[in-house]
Ligand binder design. Structure first.
Ligand code: MG
Length: 237
């Protein structure tokens, strides 16, 4: 899983180097496929429940599961979430990052900073002896105390030999509830934070999730391991 995670981290770094106004999202998908397969890994999203691409690219009010598209280009001022998964020798890694294209508005910068902060807050709670609810609450509290909302329809998840394993780890909840964390557990934390209301809907393509109110959303994700001490982030370079 460390190796799968490193491949995912390398892909996300390559995407961030490539990002600028005018870049085509289908070309980014092709780049992801090329890097992952060159590493002798497989893109876990490709074909997953029929998903047609290696990359989820979700722009502005799009929350998650956005489809790369030959007709879709990044524009100055967009915020774009890249979500990537890789399978290496049977083991999975899954991570996401949201970044600005060129110069972005102050409100967008603040949303990105807060969303990154929610992920860090969740990771800090990922310690043996804590419960999944401690993670959920830390994420929710970090976002809501700063005036943002957390998406409720999609959650973090266990990960290992499958991309999505038990338990689900919602981005809201109560301390000391849920599953007890033990060393060796691995999961993907993925807070999705909205500028406005938390509610979402799915577009007619049956994949792209957008905010119901059309306001911005951001998404950060890491695959992590619970250890005897500090949590280990598997999808960081
Ligand atoms: Mg995930």
């Amino acid at each position: 899983m460390r190796q799968a995670g490193r491949i995912v981290a390398e892909v996300l770094a390559a995407l961030q180097q490539r990002i600028r106004p005018g870049v085509n999202t289908a070309e980014l998908d092709e780049l992801v496929y090329q890097i992952i397969t060159k590493c002798k890994a497989f893109p876990s999203f490709k074909g997953y429940r029929g998903f047609p691409a290696s990359l989820c690219v979700s722009i502005n009010e799009e929350v998650v599961h956005g489809l790369p598209n030959k007709k879709r280009y990044l524009k100055e001022g967009d915020i774009v979430s890249f979500d990537v998964g890789a399978i290496y020798q049977g083991y999975q890694g899954d991570a996401a990052v949201t970044v600005g294209v060129g110069e972005i508005a102050e409100a967008a910068k603040e949303l990105l900073a807060v969303t990154a902060g929610t992920l860090a807050a969740g990771i800090a709670q990922s310690r043996a002896g804590n419960h999944t609810g401690d993670i959920s609450w830390a994420i929710q509290d970090y976002a809501e105390s700063r005036g943002y909302s957390v998406v409720r329809e999609y959650t973090g998840h266990g990960i290992g030999l499958q991309m999505h394993e038990d338990p689900q780890i919602p981005n809201y909840g109560q301390p000391e509830r849920g599953f007890l964390l033990k060393p060796g557990m691995t999961f993907a934390l993925e807070p999705m934070v909205n500028e406005g209301d938390w509610r979402t809907r799915v577009l007619a393509d049956n994949w792209t999730v957008v905010t119901k109110d059309g306001k911005l959303s951001a998404h950060f994700e890491h695959t992590i391991a619970v250890t005897e001490g500090e949590p280990e982030i598997l999808t960081r370079l």
